[in-house]
Design a protein around this ligand. Structure first.
Ligand SMILES: [Zn+2]
Length: 93
């Protein structure tokens, strides 16, 4: 009886580990897929909030040029891009 319990225990342990490995692999794959979706979403934001605009600025005479975001019409990098850059460069990760 003791041997049977040992075999059952060993088999259960292996089965549980195998199940855990499958679950971990699934989670890793899902996380990678989710990460790719987030990267694509971020790419769309970065494309929308660009620094493609160029205009003359200054007062009382516009005597210098600046680049600006053609989406939100603010000087580049616009607040949206600045926030993205700040988060990506955050040492917390
Ligand atoms: Zn913008």
């Amino acid at each position: 009886m003791s041997k049977l319990n040992q075999i059952r225990s060993d088999a259960t342990l292996v089965a549980d580990q195998y199940g855990a490995m499958d679950a971990t692999e699934s989670i890793v794959i899902e996380m990678a897929e989710d990460t790719l979706c987030l990267v694509a979403a971020l790419d769309a934001v970065l494309e929308l909030h660009n620094s493609d605009g160029q205009r003359w600025v200054g007062f009382p005479r516009a005597d210098r040029q600046e680049r600006y975001c053609t989406h939100c019409n603010k000087a580049a990098p616009c607040p949206t891009i600045a926030a993205v850059i700040s988060e990506l460069e955050d040492p917390r990760g």
